[in-house]
Design a protein around this ligand. Structure first.
Ligand SMILES: O[C@H]1[C@H](O)[C@@H](O)[C@H](O)[C@@H](O)[C@@H]1O
Ligand code: NA
Length: 680
């Protein structure tokens, strides 16, 4: 006990005397070399991940669309849940949630407590509809629901943009900043290392490898984050210590005429003033929920994981598991970040731009270094290596999922629409090349992330999300629940929403948020809070969709079987017309029994066998890419085509277990509501 108090004293109170006593090196400039034990932990981690990756590649058939993109639709609840969580929580969360926690307190944790509820909606409400409509991708759903091509292409394109702006670039940036802080490497070399590591799986894996490695990454993230959280709470004197000390976590150098650098007085509340706060409460309740519905219920990255479940029971179990995990970030990331501010107020909460520039290279503020700062200062060697592994786990588990889904969207919804007769070899090459292109664009976007985040990375992610996602959420909700919604309505709703969102993004780029204490040059009223903007954009799109749908012809009832919540048990009646057929090599559609069969076979004519070493290379390469060597695979695929489930009923599984799961989910939601109340 004594030891803890002594350390606390030196770090919080002795700082002014120390700096006047002589030239002290700011703590952030201490170079903590990675020790042998750190490196061993890291190497061990990589070996583990590789083994799990290889094992799952070997275990699953990846030469069918289902096998490759949906992991054979045979996943049980725990990998599904772990993968939902791991794909969601990336390095952007570790760095960003801790950073915003340090900057403003617990309110940012509302994003996580919100996700807790919405991830349940996925399996309980949306998934049955997607299953009944037998789709693999979300653009495909809109295509099945509304017909036509433009929605499908638009949504696929939009998703790719959202991935670049809010997922790939942000996570890479956060990972690189962590490495930069921890190892003192500069940003871009760090990015290169991160990329090299991720490319290995992305090219090979397929969804199964991604999901199983996600499960492993979840365990690593959980253990590492738990260790750091425990040590930090001990250091600060428990939750009580945090409550007492956070209000005094003020940097020594600051302009005393302003409130810059002072911790917020509402730091321990989620619900804050509706007009002046950084997280206004109506925005937190509604404005957060709309993009969250997009994120959990209509984004390809998340839905694809849920679709891979063996049946609805496992999908629900997976959602519930992910929901339980979602309480962790509030404690493991947000509060840990707050502790970092308490322990190192001069660096983490720096409020003078020259000072901040010196500490972390960003004149706006250094709160985003909260997490790496703790790692480097508090942890003994060995554990620092573990935390680096945690950060890599967080990063890679998100990137691989996004890459996998992005290439799914690109090949299935865009390329094959453009070239309906593309062979699957072409698709395979295109899908993978496309990932490289995505990565390149994301790296190019990183400087903008660096500029535009205004000192809080998480706020950047969520602001951009609020500009682009709400209209899509509105359209999905209307598509799934209101049979009157038609193609024109959906299209114009999306367009109006897009214009509004892009306009708002441009305003942010033209009038960057002023630094603390500086005047705002944006015309008053233009800078509607992003959480409020989210409500406006969602409403605008919904109203447009409703009005345009009402003004144009109603979709005929017979076409809607299996495509809405209300028709989910009806047989799928929409006839695929000629252009709707999947491209050659992507299989054929057998409508006689209402069973859609998709298979991906290797075209043997074009790849007759070579011999010797060349053959060996070819076989290994094919295996790595998820394709068996030609002859074998085509016979296999023909003899046992994978069939999508015949109907939703069969997919649902034992009703008794549904009852148990419903009760469990209800109980868990009570815990969630309690947390909201407790931190209100
Ligand atoms: O982790 C959060 C998630 O809980 C939210 O539901 C989502 O909207 C955010 O974008 C994501 O970062
Ligand atoms: Na992740």
């Amino acid at each position: 006990m004594d030891a803890t108090i002594v350390t606390l004293d030196t770090s919080t109170m002795a700082t002014p005397e120390m700096s006047s006593a002589g030239p002290t090196i700011p703590a952030s400039e201490h170079v903590h070399h990675m020790t042998v034990s750190d490196i061993s932990v890291l190497v061990l981690y990589f070996i583990f991940v590789l083994l799990v990756g290889l094992w799952s590649m070997w275990r699953t058939k990846r030469d069918t669309v289902e096998g490759y993109f949906l992991a054979g639709k045979d996943m049980v609840w725990w990998p599904v849940g772990a993968s939902l969580f791991a794909s969601n929580v990336g390095s952007g969360h570790f760095m960003g949630l801790a950073g915003s926690g340090a900057a403003s307190g617990i309110a940012v944790g509302a994003y996580e407590l919100n996700g807790m509820f919405i991830v349940l909606l996925l399996a309980w409400v949306f998934l049955p509809i997607y299953i009944a409509s037998r789709v693999t991708t979300m653009p495909e759903y809109l295509h099945a629901r509304f017909g036509g091509c433009r929605l499908r292409l638009y949504i696929a394109t939009m998703y790719l943009f959202i991935y670049i702006f809010t997922k790939i670039s942000v996570d890479m940036y956060a990972g690189a900043v962590f490495i930069q802080q921890a190892l003192r490497w500069s940003l871009y070399p760090s990015v290169c290392v991160l990329l090299a590591v991720t490319v290995v799986y992305t090219v090979g894996g397929g969804l199964a490898a991604v999901i199983y490695t996600d499960a492993l990454q979840t365990v690593i993230m959980f253990c590492g984050a738990l260790v750091l959280m425990t040590i930090s709470f001990v250091e600060v004197g428990g939750y009580k210590g945090l409550l007492e000390k956070y209000p005094n976590s003020t940097p020594t150098i600051r302009d005393t005429n302003t409130s810059c650098g002072l911790p917020r007085s509402d730091a321990f509340h989620i619900f804050r003033d509706a007009r002046t706060a950084d997280f206004p409460w109506p925005g937190v309740l509604i404005g957060m929920t709309i993009p969250s519905v997009w994120y959990w219920c209509s984004d390809q990255v998340i839905v694809q994981r849920s679709l891979s479940a063996r049946n609805l029971l496992h999908a629900k179990g997976g959602s519930l598991f992910a929901s339980v995990m979602k309480v962790l970030p509030l404690f493991m990331m947000v509060m840990t970040g707050m502790i970092s501010r308490v322990l190192y107020p001069d660096e983490v909460a720096c409020a003078d731009s020259a000072e901040c520039e010196r500490i972390c290279g960003n004149p706006v503020g250094c709160t985003d270094i909260a997490y790496p700062k703790l790692v480097m200062e508090l942890l003994p060697s060995g554990l620092r290596g573990l935390m680096l592994a945690v950060m890599l786990a967080a990063l890679m588990s998100s990137l691989t999922s996004v890459f996998n889904s992005a290439s799914t969207l690109f090949t299935m919804d865009m390329w094959s629409a453009w070239r309906p007769h593309a062979t699957q070899w072409e698709l395979m090459i295109v899908g993978r090349t496309f990932v490289i292109f995505l990565v390149a664009v994301s790296v190019l976007w990183m400087p903008i992330v660096q500029e535009a985040q205004g000192g809080q990375l998480f706020v950047y992610i969520q602001a951009v999300s609020s500009y682009l996602q709400p209209p899509i959420a509105s359209v999905f909700i209307l598509a799934c629940f209101w049979s009157r919604t038609n193609e024109s309505g959906a299209f114009w709703g999306l367009m109006v929403g897009l214009v509004a969102g892009v306009a708002r993004m441009i305003i942010d780029l033209v009038f960057p948020e002023p630094n603390c204490g500086m005047p705002d040059f944006a015309p008053p009223g233009l800078r509607l809070h992003y959480l409020y903007f989210s409500i406006v954009a969602g409403m605008l799109a919904a109203v447009t969709t409703i009005l345009v749908s009402l003004a144009t012809t109603s979709p005929s009832k017979e076409e809607l079987g299996g495509l809405l919540w209300s028709t989910r048990y009806k047989p799928l009646t929409r006839k695929l017309n000629h252009h709707d057929q999947p491209p050659d090599g992507l299989g054929d559609v057998d409508n006689k029994n209402g069973v859609k069969m998709l298979e991906l076979t290797v075209d043997d004519n074009s790849h007759t066998s070579g011999h010797g070493i060349a053959q060996c290379w070819k076989t290994s390469f094919l295996w790595f890419c998820g394709l068996n060597s030609s002859t074998q695979s085509s016979t296999q695929a023909q003899s046992e085509p994978v069939q999508l489930p015949v109907g939703l009923r069969e997919y649902e599984g034992n009703p008794l277990y549904h009852k148990y799961l419903n009760i469990a989910a209800l109980l868990w939601m009570c815990v969630g509501i309690f947390l909201w109340g407790f931190f209100a």
